[in-house]
Write a protein that binds this ligand. Structure first.
Ligand code: AHM
Ligand code: MG
Length: 335
């Protein structure tokens, strides 16, 4: 038993490193981990949806079948609305800030999340995941949360992580003391510590980008990708799943670079970005930086951006320090 560390034990032991901690963040993360187990169970049954009924149908048990991303959204909301830890939530699935119901107390944290990232991959049995981050509220305690509570920099995150529902379910999180990974043991229903203190390799040999977008990239990004594919460089291997959690998880463990640069389509001179700052880029960037990597947009450090809108998007370049710095040297025109 001594070698088995559950996520709960890990949270409590990490909390004891911070004398000022009240235990509230630990309790909040514990509630969240319950939601992840429920979502994991549903994702594992996703292939049965065709048997049990499609979105909006009534299944054999008489329940209305819901799209999984909507289901994941509801599970997290219901697990987190009443604990008294949160003042509000923000989700990729909801246009507006999500209020805590009047009947429940308002806490000192705000939760931002993407309930099921990469959900277009569900029907082909490819990994999807949940991404989350937690900030301390900045508005008056005891009152309902406001947009300003969610619109905070990645640097001010107090805890963030992701769950990958893959060949096994893994929870990877950080509270600012490194990055730790837990694997769900379905037979005991617990997340068990499997990857302690994850450190991203200094340099990798894998690049991960939607290369179908090449015609719409800026020249500097195009030249960088040509460079890492050149014979002199090795060349690097391509791996692109199209689920950010899966692509970044691999980058964290094997090293290399993950990119989602701006695209300039049909005379768009400003360029547009795909990934969302609050729900995808900042939490994943925080994890990568906690593991010793770099998270950038090309223009600025990802965690420095002060969001002005809940659904703001940004370009993303993250991974091993040597790889990201090499990209930046191309992007800045130094090579
Ligand atoms: P989603 O939130 O609608 O699932 O979109 C986000 C996903 C990321 O997981 C992934 O990195 C990206 O979209 C892939 O985009 P593309 O298909 O353009 O390569
Ligand atoms: Mg997403």
């Amino acid at each position: 038993m001594a070698g088995i560390v559950t996520v709960q034990r890990h949270l409590v032991e990490s909390q004891s490193l911070h004398a000022e901690a009240s235990g509230e963040l630990t309790a909040l993360l514990w509630d969240l981990s319950l939601a992840f187990k429920v979502i994991s169970r549903a994702v594992n049954q996703a292939g049965l949806l065709d048997v049990l009924g499609k979105d909006g149908d009534t299944n054999a048990s008489g329940d209305t079948v819901m799209k999984l991303d909507r289901y994941a959204q509801d599970v997290i909301f219901e697990a987190m609305d009443h604990g008294g830890h949160l003042c509000c939530m923000a989700s990729e699935e909801e246009d507006e800030l999500i209020a805590i119901p009047d009947k429940y107390p308002k806490g000192k944290y705000v939760l931002s999340f993407d309930p099921l990232d990469g959900s277009s991959n569900i029907d082909v049995n490819v990994s999807v995941g949940t991404i989350f981050s937690i900030h301390r509220r900045v508005t008056e305690h005891g009152t309902p949360g406001q947009d300003a509570d969610a619109l905070q920099r990645g640097h001010d995150i107090v805890a963030a992580g992701y769950v990958i529902y893959g060949s096994s379910t893994m929870l990877v999180y950080s509270t600012g003391d490194g990055v730790h990974g837990f694997t769900l043991d379905p037979s005991v229903g617990e997340f068990l510590l499997s990857h302690e203190d994850i450190r991203i390799p200094e340099r990798g040999k894998i690049y991960s980008v939607n290369e179908g977008n090449t015609p719409w990239w800026d020249d500097r990004t195009r030249r960088y990708v040509e460079h890492i594919k050149s014979i002199e460089q090795g060349p690097y291997k391509t791996r692109y799943i199209g689920s950010m959690i899966a692509d970044v998880h691999r980058t964290l463990l094997y090293g290399g670079i993950f990119l989602y640069p701006k695209t300039y389509k049909n005379g768009d001179t400003e360029g547009s970005c795909k990934l969302r700052l609050l729900y995808e880029a900042a939490p994943m960037g925080y994890i990568v930086e906690q593991a010793g990597g770099i998270a950038h947009t090309g223009e600025e450090k990802l965690l420095d951006i002060v969001p002005t809108e809940l659904h703001q998007r940004c370009s993303v370049v993250l991974g091993s320090p040597a790889d990201v710095n090499e990209y930046l040297s191309f992007y800045r025109g130094e090579r």
